[in-house]
Design a protein. Structure first.
Length: 203
């Protein structure tokens, strides 16, 4: 009597196998009982191989980031390049002044020019300077990046600026951040307070 349940269990497995064979009479189904063993053999190596390749590629890319950089120029190379650059810039300025005698010599570029350039870029990205009658084109994410560049500049140049340069940078940062806050408030308020249109035919 104790052997009967064992035979019943075995018979049920055979019946399931026979039913599955009826639904799919292919050689591939014969390997179904071995799927629990074959599955991990097929699946496990592939995920392990892919992450290994990705990890090696990632580690290789991280390790190769520094070697991929070109070697730093020597002091002599930098000096020669600076001389050549200054000579080319002077030739260009002479050419412009020859064609436009009324144009004076260009002032040397200083720190305030860099700050002013970033300030103008941020304001234009926020729609400033749009001609009258035209819809302003706003690049709010680009403006945010430009303002963040000014923040990086302020952080990295801390302690290396004179009083005028530091005051200029801090004033510009304050102005562009205020403009950014006003613009983002307008954008969010328009998105939140936009009332739904009334149903047609109802007042």
């Amino acid at each position: 009597m104790s052997d009967t349940p064992k035979f019943e269990v075995i018979d049920r497995r055979k019946m399931k196998a026979e039913e599955e064979k009826e639904h799919a009479q292919t050689p591939a189904h014969e390997a179904a009982p071995s799927e629990p063993h074959a599955g991990p053999r097929l699946v496990v190596p592939e995920p392990e191989a892919e992450p290994a390749e990705k990890k090696s590629a990632a580690s290789g890319s991280e390790g190769e980031q520094l070697p991929e950089l070109p070697p730093a120029p020597t002091a002599e190379e930098s000096r020669q390049q600076k001389i050549a650059y200054d000579a080319a810039a002077q030739r260009l300025e002479d050419l412009v002044r020859a064609q436009n005698p009324s144009v004076g010599a260009q002032p040397p570029v200083g720190f305030e020019h860099l700050v002013q350039q970033l300030y103008l870029s941020a304001m234009i990205q926020m729609g400033a300077g749009t001609q009258e009658g035209q819809r302003p084109r706003v690049d709010i994410m680009g403006a945010r990046q430009t303002i963040d560049l000014l923040s990086v500049l302020a952080e990295k140049s801390k302690g290396n600026l004179n009083a005028l340069e530091d005051r200029t940078l801090q004033t510009v940062l304050f102005e562009v951040r205020m403009a950014f806050l006003e613009l983002t408030n307008m954008i969010t308020m328009q998105g939140v307070q936009a009332p739904p249109p009334p149903p047609p035919g109802k007042r």
